[in-house]
Design a protein around this ligand. Structure first.
Ligand code: TYM
Length: 335
């Protein structure tokens, strides 16, 4: 391996394709912070990935900057974590092309997200939607990442990354570190409040099912009040028969640190109304400091600009090392 870091590396990204949700926070960002001292950390706004679905340019620009502010507001200290925009580090697109040539058609066809997204965007099944996991493999492998903290829905893509890396290493020697997915025990799959059968999503969900990090407390309370449950009235964890309640328990557990048994005992003999109110309040308190801090940061565009410029510089340094090694192995003439 050409990297001689003492610390192991963590890397992850989020598409700025919609406002960050409670799902993105509990499934991903919250776990990024946890290990910022133990690991060398790289986190980016996956703007290249977001255009596989059509975006309004002004909205994309606004959301991308908001996302950077929210990363910092969620506790990611830019001194300890490298924060950057994917499109600012051109090596992603370059290695992405190489990875395309090592990802198999059959593998890409089997990706659940491709199947889901192409069903939902039947009028725009573009090449990028199909080859998306190859770019994601490049994102991860460029940094020789050891650990990739993601929610459950991204596990398949990290597994494909491992397969591509092993295939490449098999031909050219020890070029890429083989990364491990890191999925949280609680919060890995937060479901829509309006439809507990579907994942809470930034972009595809109807608004009633989605809690965003910047939502006002009264809006959050309203969303939880209307959350879809069942016609029973017992707060019990049963992800097959009681999907809505189990999702709320998952959220409450992630927000308060209480176990499912403790939650069941806390709400024994009380109705769903009490429970939904408690979950709403726990989320309001969880998100309040993030919203307040992000709002402050967004007023300081010069600071955000500095963070992302420095981040891109640090990221490009590491990414270029890997890319050069890959190009050399492939037989490209050195620049
Ligand atoms: P994205 O933008 O869809 O989601 C960002 C992160 O949030 C997690 N997540 C959830 N976790 C729990 N419950 C939910 N409802 C929920 N919704 C989202 C996702 O699992 C993810 O961790 N392809 C990636 C972005 C990406 C990436 C990468 C990630 C691009 N390159 C390299 C890691 C490494 C994506 O679309 O995530």
């Amino acid at each position: 391996m050409n990297e001689t870091t003492v610390k192991k590396r963590m890397l992850s990204g989020i598409k700025p394709s919609g406002d960050l949700t409670l799902g993105s926070y509990l499934g991903a960002i919250r776990n990024w912070k946890e290990r910022e001292d133990a690991f060398d950390c790289y986190y980016f706004m996956a703007d290249l990935h977001s255009i596989t679905v059509r975006q309004n340019p002004a909205d994309l620009r606004r959301r991308s900057l908001e996302q950077l502010a929210q990363y910092i507001a969620c506790g990611l200290d830019p001194e300890k974590n490298v924060l950057f925009f994917q499109s600012h580090v051109h090596q992603h697109a370059e290695l992405g092309w190489v990875m395309n040539c090592y990802a198999m058609f059959g593998e890409l066809s089997r990706m659940t997200q491709f199947k889901d997204k192409s069903a939902k965007n039947a009028e725009n099944i573009n090449g990028g939607l199909f080859t998306y996991p190859a770019l994601m493999a490049a994102d991860i492998l460029l940094y020789q990442a050891d650990l990739v903290p993601v929610g459950e829905d991204q596990k398949q893509h990290v597994e494909l990354t491992r397969d591509i890396a092993k295939r490449f290493n098999g031909v050219y020697g020890d070029v890429f570190k083989i990364p491990e997915p890191y999925i949280p025990k609680v919060g890995a799959r937060i479901m829509s409040l309006a439809n507990p059968e579907a994942k809470m999503s930034k972009s595809e969900d109807e608004d009633a099912g989605r809690v965003c990090l910047m939502d006002r407390p009264e809006d959050i309370m309203r969303l939880f009040k209307r959350a879809v449950t069942d016609c029973d009235s017992v707060v019990r964890y049963d992800p097959v028969e009681k999907k809505g309640i189990s999702n709320l328990m998952n959220i409450y557990s992630a927000a308060t640190g209480r176990s499912f048994e403790q939650i069941e005992a806390e709400f024994a003999g009380r109705g769903y109304g009490d429970f939904k109110k408690a979950v709403g309040e726990s989320v309001v308190e969880l998100l309040r400091p993030i919203r307040e801090e992000a709002t402050k940061l967004l007023a300081d565009k010069a600071y955000l600009q500095k963070v992302c410029e420095e981040g891109a510089q640090k990221a490009a340094y590491v990414a270029e090392k890997t890319l050069r090694k890959v190009y050399k192995k492939l037989g490209f003439v050195a620049r």
